[in-house]
Write a protein that binds this ligand. Structure first.
Ligand code: NAP
Length: 199
């Protein structure tokens, strides 16, 4: 399969690429890194990406930034920016990318366990992850030509423990390899409208 991985150079993205590479043609995308560059916050940039990549069999996203901060000080702008980045960015990958995905192809989006297991400072992430899971569930029933869509919702990666561990007291970690396998399950399997939890 020809697969576009957006966010391919990040912690999660590298694990997803490792799980796919060798068996598929993988096009790695970052905003500044990768084989091709695109900013998911900019719909023109997403369209230009697909024009360069051409028709693909699968689009996998492991990009999307959200604000972390004290709920008492949370602003509308911080919430809006988080929604524009991780939620609308991924939604636009689907709305624009659906014209470039082959019959029976797939989209796999990135969410995260905070949708159902909140932590302090994580209100934006929780809301955005929930919205991503919900979008995948509803888009699945209307995508044409056998195109499937799922979200992958992992817990904290072992590889990110040093950076984010203090924010996740008592949480189990998961490995990048396990998250990579969840993307493989979405891309090579037959599921649609599902959130694949990696916990
Ligand atoms: N790490 C974890 O433990 C974990 C657990 C659950 C969920 N998640 C979710 O997974 C996602 C990625 O996390 P991560 O830790 O892998 O982050 P990361 O290491 O910072 O990687 C982010 C990746 O996205 C690309 N990127 C950033 N902004 C972009 C944009 N506007 N358009 C296109 N690509 C962009 C980056 O490439 P450039 O540098 O070239 O822009 C990079 O490849 C996040 O949504 C996070 O919430 C992470």
């Amino acid at each position: 399969m020809k697969i576009v991985v957006v966010g391919a150079t990040g912690t999660v993205g590298k694990a997803v690429v490792a799980a796919l590479q060798g068996r598929h043609e993988v096009i790695k995308v970052g905003s500044k890194s990768g084989d091709l560059q695109a900013d998911i916050k900019d719909s023109k940039s997403i369209r230009a990406l697909f024009e360069k990549a051409g028709k693909v069999d699968a689009v996998a996203c492991t990009a999307g930034k959200v604000h972390f901060g004290d709920f008492a000080k949370l602003t509308e702008t911080e919430m809006l920016n988080s929604l524009k980045d991780k939620f609308l960015g991924q939604v636009n990958l689907v709305l624009i990318g659906r014209d470039y995905v082959n019959d029976n192809g797939s989209f796999t989006l990135m969410s995260g366990l905070l949708s159902h297991d909140p932590i302090r400072l994580g209100a934006c992430a929780s809301a955005v992850n929930g919205a991503v899971d919900c979008f995948a569930r509803c888009a699945a029933i209307e995508l044409p030509r056998g195109i499937r869509i799922n979200s992958v919702s992992p817990g904290l990666l072992q590889e990110s423990l040093e950076h984010y561990g203090p924010y996740f007291p008592g949480h189990k970690t998961v490995t990048g390899a396990e998250v990579g396998r969840a993307y493989v399950k979405s891309i090579e399997g037959h599921l649609t409208g599902q959130t694949i939890h990696v916990l």
